[in-house]
Ligand binder design. Sequence first.
Ligand SMILES: [Zn+2]
Length: 210
Amino acid sequence: MFEDLKREVLQAALESYREGLFAGTSGNLSIYDRKNGVMIITPTNLPYEGMKEKDLVAINLQGEVIDGIHAPSSEWRLHAAVYAAREDCNAVVHTHSPYATSFAVTHEEIPLILIEMVPFLGGNVRVAKFAINGTPEVGTYAVEALEKRFACLLANHGAMAIGADLAKAKLSAVYLEDAAKIYAFARNHGEVKILSKDVELAMRKKYNLD
Ligand SMILES: [Zn+2]
């Protein structure tokens, strides 16, 4: 069941692992078939090396397994909360990528410092309030921080990116890590200039974001 979606999820998971967005068994991603109310998500506690399509899990937004031989990622509630709240998003990539996560640790948002943060991330990157991983609060707080955004940081935990499809969510996750790295470098050698509200509004208009 859901072979095409499983293939897409597996490919993105393996790529994320090779690119260093995921380390060990950390990080997880999913895609949502909104018409059928089915999410395909990476399994819990399984190394990415050697992961196969049959290892992916199909669940509904209540976490009930529809198809699969493993339990879903322990972070499935985070994914489900986003799909319930954001009809514009059908894919979620959750990482512990080091530069982005370093700002999640200091509870500092990444301000709007790069013009392309608007199309890829929706603007500045906020930090969602702290919650124990796997609890419903992780999702509730993430949805708050994601208002009009495609990415956020999870306090003392990690980072996440969302998108209309998996390719877009994955690209946003990569871009988020890159923006966090550039922000860290810039702060080390000078005064960071944040883009003005006028520029932000002009960019939102250019990309039809409201
Ligand atoms: Zn996590």
